[in-house]
Design a protein around this ligand. Structure first.
Ligand code: ADP
Length: 160
């Protein structure tokens, strides 16, 4: 069984992340979505909220995914779970430099785990969790960025 690990903050999950999950599942039999917990990175949603939102958004794929949180190095966690690859998404060119650095760092840490990248659908190229949080803050229309339940959770967070 081919297992991939898709790490990220998912604060919250968007249609962009979901597009990467869909593409990765064409190659991997199982995808472990690894919700990063970084005490130095402040998130809008708690770990539990982010997991619940991923479950909602990927409701039709739960047979093929697992959702875990990681307090560990991604490569260490991936190896422990029997994964061979780290899955990441690429939007515009600006993602490249960061991903380039991360991939090389991860290779130095564990050369058994490689990284693969999926390019998102054009319409999600400029979509990020940060953008949708900013739009939600001003009660903008979120319908093209995230599923209705996620949009509602965002509106609730900002008391709209
Ligand atoms: P991180 O804080 O680790 O970057 P994110 O949740 O922002 O976590 O992103 C996790 C992964 O999903 C990254 O590889 C990122 O490039 C990718 N990603 C985020 N938004 C999109 C999108 N709109 N289209 C494709 N990939 C995306």
């Amino acid at each position: 069984m081919k297992i991939g690990v898709y790490p990220g903050s998912f604060d919250p999950i968007t249609y962009g992340h979901m597009d990467i999950v869909k593409r990765a599942l064409k190659i991997f039999d199982k995808l472990i979505i690894l919700v990063s917990v970084n005490p130095h990175k402040k998130t809008l949603f708690t770990e539990e909220e982010r997991i619940a939102m991923i479950k909602d958004a990927c409701e039709d794929k739960l047979e093929f995914i697992e959702i875990e949180t990681s307090h560990d190095l991604t490569v260490a966690h991936a190896h422990k779970l029997g994964a061979t690859h780290i899955v990441r998404g690429l939007r515009a060119l600006t993602d490249f430099e960061y991903e380039f650095q991360m991939t090389h760092a991860n290779r130095v840490l564990d050369k058994r785990i490689d990284s693969v990248f999926f390019m998102t659908d054009n319409k999600y190229s400029f979509l990020s969790s940060t953008t949708i949080k900013e739009i939600a803050q001003f009660d903008g229309d979120l319908s093209t960025f995230a599923p209705p339940k996620i949009a509602k959770a965002l509106r609730d967070k900002f008391n709209h």
